[in-house]
Design a protein around this ligand. Structure first.
Ligand code: HEM
Length: 133
């Protein structure tokens, strides 16, 4: 597995652990109330599991497994850029309520996430090809 995939998959596993913990705490709180502030974890729960875990795992495995050009994986910089943009975006969206909604950090985060998808798609597109092409 290439180094970038290690980063993607390990980071994804950290988000999985955090997202599931937040979900577990909210579920517990639904059955046996602990503290109403726990509902503030819902946006982080959704963000961490949908993008931090699911999308990040898909990027990491795709970077590893898509067809190569002999031994090369194409424009690796774009895939690294996608990693940086995705994680910066996830944290900006997650911390938006604490950074001050009017400052627009949430929107900035969403834009970074969209740019991450574009960067990864640009990286992956030429690698989506039949064997030997
Ligand atoms: C990959 C796995 C998961 C994903 C993608 C996910 C995603 C979501 C989403 C999108 C919501 C918002 C639903 C809505 O507002 O209608 C939600 C809510 C919630 N999730 Fe998860 N979730 C996952 C796993 C879990 C797990 C394992 C637990 C518990 C151990 C959990 C506990 C909760 C709770 C308690 C809520 C709030 C439900 C409510 O509004 O009453 N989630 N989750």
């Amino acid at each position: 597995m290439p180094g970038l995939s290690v980063w993607y998959v390990r980071t994804a596993l950290v988000y999985l652990a955090l997202g599931l913990t937040f979900g577990m705490l909210m579920l517990w709180h639904k059955g046996m109330p602990i503290h109403p502030a726990l509902w503030a974890l819902l946006p982080a729960h959704i963000e961490f599991l949908l993008l931090g875990w699911t999308l990040q795992l898909a990027f990491g495995v795709a970077f590893w497994i898509l067809p190569r050009f002999r031994t090369k994986r194409g424009n690796v910089r774009l895939a690294w850029l996608a990693y940086a943009l995705l994680n910066a975006g996830i944290w900006l969206v997650t911390l938006d309520p604490w950074l001050g909604r009017l400052a627009g950090w949430g929107w900035t985060g969403r834009v970074l996430e969209a740019l991450a998808v574009i960067a990864f798609a640009l990286h992956a597109w030429p690698r989506i090809k039949p064997p030997g092409a």
